[in-house]
Design a binder for this molecule. Structure first.
Ligand SMILES: [Zn+2]
Length: 229
């Protein structure tokens, strides 16, 4: 029975190591996802920068169009005879200049915004760099530990056949059959109950579980019962 318990300890440890190893990609991704918020801050600053640059480009286009229009009005003014028409064009030109002045004010504000956004984007990128280096170091440390898991697992898997060989073949077969369901084949009896399913056992079952020369199992969950002496 003690040998069977040792085998179970080995098997549970193998299962735990396998689970931990299977979790490695998920845990790595979790660690890397800590950078998501900072990546979003960089993207936001870059978006703000692009938007201000596009507004400047549009304002320049509008200013250029208004100036062309003004030149056309000026040419027309040279050809017309009536004062009234001349004054009307003069009014339109004044309105165009007002528009241009508005675009220029907005352009100036956007140029300042570009400077601010550039500084902000650089700052956020530098912060992302710092965070990336930290996470990279964490991930590297984690992967190094994870490599150790592989070694531990290989060592236990190598030990297992010898441990299994020490167990009576019939007991081993029964143990393997129950262990295949997962979560341990042997349940320790605690306070007169099965340590796996926690059902109350009869006193006779507890007495049986103390015997080391036979295998008894829980009537409820089928686990092999083991009662410490
Ligand atoms: Zn049980």
């Amino acid at each position: 029975m003690e040998r069977l318990l040792e085998l179970q300890e080995c098997d549970l440890e193998i299962a735990r190591l396998r689970r931990e190893m299977a979790d490695i990609p998920k845990r790595k991704a979790q660690m890397e996802s800590a950078l998501d918020a900072q990546k979003e801050r960089v993207a936001q600053a870059e978006r703000g920068l692009r938007e201000a640059q596009e507004r400047i480009k549009r304002a320049e286009g509008e200013i250029e169009a208004a100036r062309q229009q003004e030149r056309k009005y000026r040419e027309r003014q040279l050809q017309i005879k009536s004062n009234e028409e001349y004054r009307a064009l003069e009014k339109q030109i004044a309105a165009l200049r007002e528009q241009v002045s508005g675009y220029e004010d907005a352009e100036l504000a956007d140029m300042e915004a570009v400077d601010r956004r550039k500084a902000e984007a650089a700052e956020q990128r530098a912060e992302l760099d710092r965070q990336s280096r930290r996470v990279e170091a964490e991930v590297a440390e984690f992967l190094k530990q994870a490599e150790g898991l592989g070694g531990q697992l290989a060592a236990l898997e190598a030990e297992r056949p010898a441990k299994a060989a020490e167990v009576d073949a019939e007991w081993l077969a029964r143990y393997e059959r129950i262990a295949a369901k997962g979560s341990g084949a042997i349940a320790v009896v605690e306070h007169g109950a099965c340590g796996h399913c926690h059902m109350k056992l009869s006193p006779a079952q507890v007495v049986e579980a103390r015997k080391r020369d036979r295998l008894s199992s829980c009537a409820f969950c089928g686990r092999i019962l083991y009662a410490p002496a």
